[in-house]
Design a protein around this ligand. Structure first.
Ligand code: UD1
Length: 373
């Protein structure tokens, strides 16, 4: 007898939300699917979690595991322990995890140990930097998943090199860019430009956006101070808006550094305001993974404050430049961009707003729908 497919979707941290939103929306269009949403509670602040649910119309999670913050081991272990009874209760046909955060690997591991099929959205990305916690999460989740949905072609080769079967790899595009395309018209109506005095009537002033939260950049106060000295020199050339992640805020408070008045620190902001700022910025400085992709999709020059990236297509095809953390290089690259010499870039293949549709179509075609006898 044919029946509805029960699919559990997992979110935990902020970057998961724009990835799950289009998947939930697409699944809800198909009566053959019963989508269930589980929040691990890895992120719990309103401005890192709830505001994204409200703005993107993500349904209220069926369950919130409320794991909160902790060391990598304790956070991962807590998620494993708390999600197991939820998986047992629902006995889903599939669990979907996205991205590379601790919630991704923890739930993935719990699911496969119970014999539940697992899908990993954004599979195969590799920085080849094992000191990055996310790299460990990526490699391990990909080793477990039955469905490997990839955003760029390089990822296919990485998965094959790690011995993953070709038949489990699907090049579907980028669900985060689905969200960007869907919400961009709404984001353009944001009042954030007026609120931050970045607009003169209808005209935007020239400004940059900075985000920084990677442990390798912010956990050491000496490193953070060095980076901020470079950013100070940038802020002398162009005003910079800096929504500060809680991890970075803790270090900034401890460091007590004086910053250039044109470097404007604000609390984390919601998806629509942030997308609005990104789309209007003259340049973006970041150590985030997702923002490298969003700037490429928007055609906005991006300087990545890291030595490596797991998203090489943003460099080979997009607007991204891997600049590292050397102050001299950062300041010179900003000067080039402001002189109109930023990378133009093009939109990568299949970053067209339809990745979630492709994923759901594949699942409907391949997941067994007959009840086991
Ligand atoms: C996590 C992800 C990272 C992702 C980032 C996006 C892992 C290993 N890391 O890093 O890949 O890019 O989210 O934001 O999963 N905190 C709050 N409020 C919250 C959540 C956290 O104040 O709602 C504070 C806590 O003090 C916590 C610190 O931020 O200790 C760091 O949070 P945590 O979830 O450990 O890692 P992130 O740095 O956010």
């Amino acid at each position: 007898m044919s029946r509805r497919l029960k699919i559990i979707n997992i979110v935990g941290a902020r970057p998961n939300l724009p990835k799950i939103a289009p998947l939930m929306r697409e699944m809800q269009r198909h009566p053959e699917i019963e989508p269930i949403l589980v929040h691990t509670g890895q992120h719990y602040d309103d401005n890192l979690s709830d505001i994204f649910f409200r703005q993107m119309g993500i349904p209220e999670p069926h369950v919130n595991l409320e794991v909160g913050s902790g060391s990598h081991a304790s956070q991962t272990a807590e998620i494993l322990k708390r999600v197991e009874p939820v998986l047992l209760e629902h006995s889903p046909d599939l669990v979907i995890v996205v991205g590379d955060v601790n919630s991704t690997i923890a739930v993935g591991l719990a699911a496969v140990k119970l014999g539940i099929p697992l899908a990993h959205v954004e599979a195969g990305l590799r920085s080849f930097d094992r000191t990055m916690p996310e790299e460990i999460n990526r490699v391990l989740t990909d080793a477990l998943a039955d469905y490997l949905f990839v955003t760029e072609e390089d990822a296919i080769q990485h998965l094959l090199n790690e011995g993953r079967p070709r038949g489990s790899i699907y090049f579907v595009g980028n669900v985060m860019i689905d969200s960007l395309r869907h919400f961009l018209p709404m984001a353009q109506k944001s009042r954030v430009g007026e609120e931050l005095a970045l607009k003169n009537g209808p005209d935007w002033k020239r400004f940059g956006v900075l985000t920084m939260h990677r442990p390798s950049n912010v956990d050491s106060i000496a490193k953070l101070a060095e980076l901020l000295r470079a950013i100070d020199a940038v802020a002398a050339q162009v005003p910079i808006v800096f929504p500060v992640h809680p991890r970075t805020q803790q270090r900034l408070t401890q460091a007590g550094i004086n910053l250039h008045p044109q470097l404007r620190l604000i609390p984390p902001i919601g998806y629509l305001d942030f997308l609005c700022l990104l789309s209007k910025a003259a340049l973006v400085l970041t150590d985030s993974g997702g923002i490298q992709e969003e700037t490429t999709a928007l055609g906005v020059p991006c300087l990545t404050l890291r030595e490596n990236t797991e998203r090489p297509i943003t460099i080979s095809e997009g607007t991204n430049l891997l600049i590292g953390t050397d102050p001299g290089k950062i300041v010179a690259a900003v000067r080039d961009i402001l002189a109109g010499k930023g990378k133009a870039g093009r939109i990568p293949q299949l970053w067209d707003g339809h990745a979630a549709e492709r994923i759901v179509e594949i699942l409907l075609r391949t997941l067994p729908r007959e009840k086991a006898p």
